[in-house]
Each structure stands twice: as structure tokens, then as C-alpha cells.
Design a protein around this ligand. Structure first.
Ligand code: NDP
Length: 417
């Protein structure tokens, strides 16, 4: 990030004078708290909760909650830092934050997840609010968890404050397209990159890592645009089917039954399961890393390029290591960094906040058109910034610069705070 900003600091010395870099790297506030809860057998467990309110120059803090055993303060801080610039790129009035817990929802009953969410909210509610900080989902936090969190917030505050959380169910203030938004948005972003080269998804062979929220709706949109997803994964292994992965089976397996991806092969005989496999070994035209951070190493990136991959869209946050990013940039392939490519999720959360504030509920198509427009704008912003600062076609530089300048200007306007 800082490497990209060098030319910006030369052009705008006032940013250096106001110590914007030093200030922006320091979160405005960080909360770490104990989350005690009881499992179905009555055994007591203790987890750790986090919320890092990183930057509120553009609007209320905004960013997801992650429930995964790997969560610690460092992960929440890097995600919160990225979120500042991603949110800025959407053009919506939202600041940057992130939160979560080292709680693992996998294998827990609905009642256990509910008790955990209620205990988590018993601390978090003090620092959130529709004008203060608006959390959403991320890894391990989907519609079920947001529902439990919202129910507890409502009970604690005695207010139906719909705008305090996004990713809500449609029956109580959620937005159409929010569930689909990150995957759809990422596909729209890659489609823009392909279109700039007079290319498109038709007939393209595609890899999508993960099989959670982002991965599932990337699969859906890629298939709608004429591409074919031939492999997906979870943390245990990879499924590969050259005939294409079936969307309905994946949805049933992952969204309804919450099972493992290897069970896909039980009903699809042309698919093979590769335990602990590396999805990036499979040749493809387009790759969508959509599971977690650092999943594409320098070696993986080299393999993808060698196998003929022409575009990468990061559905996940920082899924490519710095060595991998270097390989993609050097090879000159179309590379959409997460900060830009996966901004559709938070953008649609912003649209959910707008609907909550005006007590409206827009239709699916209307919301999807707005999402497409936002992703096109993000693409144009990144593209123009990259061009202006001497790195045409480099969306890493473009996204970092375009996201940063707006936040820096707002911080200067607010004085030394
Ligand atoms: P989900 O929990 O719905 O799905 C995560 C998927 O990634 C699962 O298939 C999971 O497999 C796999 N995964 C998670 N952690 C690991 C790991 N350490 N190693 C291997 N596989 C792993 O999360 P989302 O789809 O919501 O999020 C995926 C990524 O997208 C994250 O990086 C998130 O930050 C990013 N993102 C999400 C947004 C959203 O709107 N949801 C918005 C913007 C970015 P398993 O089930 O085996 O754990």
C-alpha cells in the first residue's frame, strides 16, 4: 500500500505535512473483549471478541465480522485497514472497520451459535449504532449469525434500529442482492477488465476457491455470463469437474445442509475429489480466489500464468501473497485486487443502509443495476488513477491511490483529530 502511495505524496505534500500516513495507520479505536458461552452439554467456553474501528473520515465505521479459529488482532487490523480504502472506492459515505472472534461456528448447533452471538453482542452493542459503526458478515458470519446478533441488539437497546447491521434477512430490513453482492460484484469487475481487452466470459474455464458465500455467487454469475466453473474447494480439499460445477448442488450442500465439499462427488460422478489438493494446479482462463488470505503463493501465481490464466479477480481479502501479486503484475495479466474487486459486498451493504434510512425496499433488479454501476465506477476509478500515476493497467496501484486520496482529503478537512 505504502509503495503505491509514493507518487501521491510527491504530488500532494500537504498529506505529508498533516502526517496522514502515520495517522491513517493507527486505528481510531480497538475493542477486545471476553465472550463466555455454554455449549449444549452445559460446558463453559471462552472466546475472544474484537472490533477495530479504523477510520471514520468518510462515514460511520463499516466492515464485517469474522468468526474463525484463526482470528486474532493482527487479522482484524489488516482487514480493517483494507476496508478503509475499499469503502472509499465504492463512493458511499462509509468509514472502515472490522471485527470478529476466534469462535468456530463449524460443527456447532444452531442453539450454540445463538448463545455465542448473544454473548458477543452483549459487549459489542456499546460501541455500534447506525450512525456510529455498522458491522456485517464475513467468514463464518452469514444470515443466521446476523439474525441472532440483530435480535440481541434489539433486545438490549429496545429499539428496532435496522441500520445497525447489514446482511439482514429480507423479512426484517435486509436488502435484495446483499447475499449475492460480493460474488456478483467480483464477476462484474473481472468482466469490465475483460471487456477492456474486447474479451468476455463466454467459453472461459474458471476456478473459484472456497465454497462459501462469495464463492457460490461468483459461480452463479460466471455461469450466467457464459463461463464454466470447473473447480471449487473448502479447507479440506478440491472438487474438479470439467463438465462444470452444478450450482444447485453446491447451494444445497453448503447453504442448507452445511456439509463438506467432498460430498458433491456423491451425486456428480464426473467430478473427482482431491483431498488437501491445490486448486491452482488446474489449468484455467480466469481465477477467483474466494476463500481466505494468502491462498495464492508466488509459486501458484507462476503456475496459473504458465497454464494460460488471463485474469484474476480477488473475491477474498488479500488471497494473493506479495510474491504472487508481483508475478501477476510482471506477467501483465488482468489482476483485480480484493480492495477493488470484492467491494460489491460492502457497497450493497451501503445500499441496505440507504434503504433502512428511507424505510424503503428496492427490488432485485433495481439493486443489481446499482451494484453493476458501482462496480463499473470502481473499475474506472482504479483504471484512471493507475493511468494518472504512471502505472496504466495496474489495478493494485490504481485502487490504493484512488481509495487513499479521498480519505486523506477528508482527514485534512477535519483538522488534527
Ligand atoms: P464463508 O464463511 O461463507 O466461506 C469461506 C470459504 O472459504 C469456505 O469454503 C471455507 O472452507 C473457506 N476457508 C475459510 N478459511 C479457510 C482457510 N483458512 N483455509 C482454507 N479455506 C478456508 O466466507 P465468505 O465467502 O463470506 O468470505 C470469503 C472471503 O471473502 C474472505 O476473505 C472474506 O473476507 C472475503 N469477503 C467477503 C465478503 C462478504 O460479503 N461475505 C465481502 C468482501 C470480502 P471451510 O468451510 O472448510 O472453512
Amino acid at each position: 500500500m505504502l509503495e503505491s502511495l509514493g507518487p501521491v505524496l510527491v504530488k500532494y505534500p500537504e498529506f505529508t505535512e498533516a502526517k496522514i500516513i502515520e495517522r491513517i495507520c493507527e486505528p481510531e479505536r480497538q475493542l477486545i473483549f471476553r465472550v463466555p458461552w455454554q455449549d449444549d452439554r452445559g460446558v463453559v467456553h471462552i472466546n475472544r471478541g474484537f472490533r477495530v474501528q479504523f477510520n471514520s473520515a468518510l462515514g460511520p465505521y463499516k466492515g464485517g465480522l469474522r468468526f474463525h479459529p484463526s482470528v486474532y488482532l493482527g487479522i482484524i487490523k489488516f482487514l480493517g485497514f483494507e476496508q478503509i480504502f475499499k469503502n472509499s472506492l465504492t463512493g458511499l459515505p462509509i468509514g472502515g472497520a472490522k471485527g470478529g472472534s476466534d469462535f468456530d461456528p463449524k460443527g456447532k448447533s444452531d442453539s450454540e451459535v445463538m448463545r455465542f452471538c448473544q454473548s458477543f453482542m452483549l459487549e459489542l452493542w456499546r460501541i455500534i449504532g447506525e450512525h456510529t459503526d455498522v458491522p456485517a458478515g464475513d467468514i463464518g458470519v452469514g444470515g443466521r449469525e446476523i439474525g441472532f446478533l440483530f435480535g440481541q441488539y434489539k433486545r438490549l437497546t429496545n429499539k428496532f434500529e435496522a441500520g445497525v447491521l447489514t446482511g439482514k434477512g429480507l423479512v426484517y430490513g435486509g436488502s435484495q442482492v446483499r447475499t449475492e453482492a460480493t460474488g456478483y460484484g467480483c464477476t462484474y469487475f473481472v468482466n469490465e477488465m475483460l471487456a477492456s481487452k474486447k474479451n468476455g466470459f463466454k467459453g472461459k474455464k474458471v476456478l473459484v476457491s472456497g465454497s462459501g458465500n462469495v464463492a457460490i455467487y461468483t459461480l452463479e454469475k460466471v455461469h450466467q455470463l457464459g463461463g464454466k466453473v470447473v473447480a471449487m474447494s473448502d479447507s479440506n480439499g478440491v472438487i474438479h469437474d470439467e463438465k462444470g460445477i452444478n450450482l444447485e448442488t453446491i447451494k444445497q450442500l453448503k447453504e442448507v445442509e452445511r456439509r463438506r465439499i467432498k460430498e458433491y462427488c456423491d451425486s456428480h460422478k464426473s467430478a473427482r475429489y482431491i483431498p488437501n489438493g491445490n486448486i491452482w494446479d488446474i489449468p484455467c482462463d480466469v481465477a477467483f480466489p474466494s476463500a481466505t488470505e494468502n491462498e495464492i503463493t508466488g509459486k501458484d501465481a507462476k503456475k496459473l500464468v504458465k497454464n494460460g490464466c488471463i485474469a484474476v479477480g480477488e473475491g477474498a481479502n488479500m488471497p494473493t501473497t506479495p510474491e504472487g501479486v508481483h508475478v501477476f503484475i510482471q506477467a501483465g495479466i488482468l489482476y483485480g485486487p480484493g480492495k477493488a474487486a470484492n467491494a460489491g459486498g460492502v457497497a450493497t451493504s451501503g445500499l441496505e443502509m440507504q434503504q433502512n434510512a428511507s424505510r424503503e425496499a428496492w427490488g432485485f433488479e433495481e439493486t443489481d443495476i446499482k451494484l453493476q454501476q458501482i462496480m463499473r465506477n470502481v473499475y474506472v476509478l482504479c483504471s484512471e488513477a493507475a493511468e494518472e500515476f504512471g502505472a496504466p493497467g495496474n489495478f493494485v496501484v490504481g485502487a490504493n491511490i484512488a481509495g487513499f486520496i479521498k480519505v486523506a482529503r477528508a482527514m485534512i478537512a477535519h483538522g488534527i483529530v
